[in-house]
Design a protein around this ligand. Structure first.
Ligand code: DON
Length: 311
């Protein structure tokens, strides 16, 4: 009889081979100049199971810019610091708008719809900063990501951070607008500095899948058994990933993949199979909503072939 692990290895290898060969690769993000230089030929995938078994293929050890995937980790940290008080500054509803949209902020008095759109993530970063120096807040974020990944080698790509800092006019506008409503408490340039730098953290699929383990296993790191967050909090973060993790493409992602997931414009997606596995995929070409084109297709295939949809 073939074991599930063997089946998973074959499925992952087959998906990576197919994705590597596809001509339709989407478009790499160009609004952050440093990301425009990334080769669209890359594709990586890594699945980490409850027993720590890893199935990976393609460029699964190649570091890429995690961008908005970092928002899952900053949300987790901010909830740890502020608890439910966080929800005074950010909502929990899907926006149905692009990730960098400004349109709802005026109607909703500067309170962003959810923690994953840019405005929401900037508000979350402001909560983490809460009066500290930007360097300390950034150190806290990096330490947390290294801790949940069991990997001290994770770093920030300074060139990507500088590139976005030079060109992030839309984020500057969002932050100033929120500040005018009193939603941000720290100096805008402090909050944005931390935000740009946590978006510029570089990780491989393997590191990212390791980082997602606590969300797949009721808030615990399955290799140590230690709790990172409560089971209830892990469940709620997964719910937000499902409903808001792909911006105006969240419905389509839930429909096709059926898993909580969070994308980034670097082409990474972290997806969670509750109770079963943490998955990271990377392919830098994006679709019209700014989500990885082949990353989503790969996850759709993986979820279908392994029977992993939560529905
Ligand atoms: O703020 C930005 O625009 C980027 N640092 C992150 C955006 C992002 O990853 C959206 N995701 N698909």
């Amino acid at each position: 009889m073939t074991s599930t692990a063997a089946v998973l290895h074959d499925v992952v290898a087959d998906i990576a081979a197919q994705m590597k060969a596809r001509p339709d690769r989407g478009e790499v993000a160009t609004y952050i100049p440093e990301l425009a230089r990334v080769d669209p030929a890359g594709f990586g995938i890594c699945v980490v199971g409850a027993d720590g078994a890893v199935a990976s293929a393609g460029d699964s050890d190649a570091p890429f810019s995690i961008q908005s995937v970092s928002k899952v980790f900053t949300l987790t940290l901010a909830l740890g610091m502020a608890g439910d008080r966080l929800w005074r500054r950010v909502g929990r509803e899907p926006s149905g708008s692009p990730f960098n949209s400004v349109v709802q902020l005026e109607y909703e008095r500067g309170v962003p719809r959810n923690p994953f759109i840019n405005a929401g993530a900037i508000a979350v970063t402001d909560v983490i900063l809460s009066g500290h120096q930007p360097k300390e807040a950034l150190g806290e974020i990096l330490r947390f990501i290294r801790f949940i990944s069991d990997d001290d080698g994770i770093t920030i790509d300074k060139a990507v951070a500088a590139s976005e800092q030079r060109t992030g006019f839309r984020n500057v506008a969002l932050a100033n607008y929120m500040k005018s409503f009193g939603v941000l408490e720290n100096p805008v340039d402090y909050t944005l500095g931390v935000y740009f730098h946590h978006c510029a953290i570089a990780m491989s699929c393997r590191q990212l899948a390791m980082a997602g383990r606590f969300l797949a296993h009721g808030g615990r790191n399955p290799s140590t058994g230690l709790s990172v967050v409560s089971q209830e909090r892990a469940r709620r973060i997964n719910a937000l990933m499902l409903t808001c993790g792909h911006y105006d493409g969240s419905g389509e992602f839930a429909y096709r993949v059926g898993l909580p997931g969070k994308s980034g414009v670097g082409g990474g997606i972290l997806a969670i199979v509750p109770g079963v596995a943490s998955i990271a995929v990377w392919s830098p070409g994006l679709d019209a909503s700014g989500n990885s084109h082949l990353g989503r297709i790969a996850l759709e295939q993986l979820s279908k072939r392994m029977g992993w949809s939560i529905f």
